[in-house]
Design a protein around this ligand. Structure first.
Ligand code: ATP
Ligand code: MG
Length: 357
């Protein structure tokens, strides 16, 4: 995405140095985030890191303590003094609790944003029907929300959020009340729908699979800050911080020492990696061994202890311990291994990441 050549006015959303405190507690610190038109960004982070707070500020439901925000080139936040009301922002929203109105039919729920925009009934009903067709609910227009399943209610909320084709759609864990299977299917559908309509969106979740399924870029949010924002593959292959690697559970983090001549050594894991010589400044370092970098191999240089062997139908998952502390890895194989036995692993050193201490 060529966001760097776009000027602020041509972003779907542009936030700069957004901060938010509740009393003395700083919940958001200096958030910078830009979305190109048509881009879908997932905000991924642990509970309490500030995802909903940021989304509520973008929606106009909460004021910022400081910072600037524009939506489709229009100023919506300017420090704590200016906060455009939600209805002036023209955005679509889908939240966890479906928030569709029980006293309105499915069609009237979806047509509601168009009614707010003073569209004529004939026109708005036609557009609402088209939006409902898109989410697969064209046959339920006259039903009332109380008679729908959770998944169907969330589709109604989705149709209502996109019906006016807003410059920005905000999602806050829209699928977390649904069961896993439904969630995966719907995440894929939401991504496809947003792309077909060319809509920009911020999608909050703490589910990695959901974020990776539908986002162009994923912003990993930790403790009120965006620790890294990148395409899903880039986040996995090149996490910039130990905390990002740990949160994404990419692999084992092993502490050791880097030396210009002998490479990386970690006595606890009985691991030496001469090929890492000269890769980073000498001294204490932590390496990330991604799950994808190891495989069982009789000639392998790294010994690991089998902690658990889990049968999964089409394969076994080995839970492996690398040292006597926390470094552990999960490795799929087609053969079982005895618990507590030692097995040798081959490492693809090109995939390792070094984090100097
Ligand atoms: N109105 C409020 N007053 C005081 N503290 C608040 C308020 N709203 C949120 N917080 C605090 O701000 C922090 C971030 O909350 P937020 O709801 O943004 O987290 P989140 O990332 O969405 O978490 P989750 O994944 O659990 O939804 C939390 O510590 C929360 O307790
Ligand atoms: Mg939240």
């Amino acid at each position: 995405m060529m966001t760097d050549v776009l000027t602020a006015g041509s972003f779907a959303m542009s936030a700069s140095r957004i901060a938010k405190s509740f009393g003395d507690t700083r919940v958001l610190r200096n958030i910078d985030l830009q979305l190109a038109p048509g881009e879908v960004v997932a905000l991924l982070g642990p509970s309490g890191c500030g995802k909903t707070t940021l989304l509520r500020i973008a929606a106009g439901l909460l004021s910022a303590s400081s910072g600037l925000m524009q939506i489709a080139g229009k100023r919506v936040v300017d420090g704590s003094a200016f906060n455009a009301p939600p209805e002036a922002r023209g955005i679509g929203m889908v939240f966890q609790d479906y928030a569709i109105w029980p006293h309105l039919s499915v069609l009237d729920n979806v047509a509601f944003p168009l009614r707010m925009r003073k569209q004529r009934r004939g026109e708005r009903d036609a557009r609402a029907r088209r939006a409902l067709d898109r989410v697969g609910l064209g046959h339920l227009t006259d039903r009332f929300p109380g008679t729908l399943s959770g998944g169907q209610q969330q589709r109604v909320a989705l149709a209502r959020a996109i019906v006016a084709e807003p410059p920005l759609v905000l999602f806050d864990e829209p699928l977390s009340n649904l069961d896993r299977e439904l969630r995966e299917g719907l995440a894929l559908e939401i991504g496809t729908l947003l792309r077909e309509l060319g809509l920009s969106a911020i999608y909050v979740t703490h589910d990695q699979a959901e974020a990776f399924t539908l986002a162009d870029r994923v912003a990993v949010m930790l403790d009120g800050e965006i620790a890294q924002i990148a395409a899903p593959e880039a986040l996995f292959s090149a996490p910039e911080h130990v905390e990002v690697a740990r949160f994404l559970n990419i692999g084992a983090l092993v502490d050791g020492k880097l030396c210009a001549s002998s490479g990386f050594t970690c006595t606890r894991a009985r691991l030496t990696l001469p090929s890492l010589a000269g890769m980073a400044p000498e001294g204490p370092a932590r390496i990330l061994i991604p799950r994808t970098a190891i495989r069982p191999d009789p000639q392998g240089a790294l010994m690991a202890q089998v902690l658990r062997c889990q049968f999964q139908g089409d394969r076994y998952l080995l839970h492996l311990g690398l040292d006597d502390e926390t470094a552990s890895l999960v490795c799929p194989t087609d053969r079982p291994a005895a618990v507590n036995s030692q097995i040798p692993l081959a490492i693809d050193t090109h995939r390792l990441r070094i984090f100097p201490h």
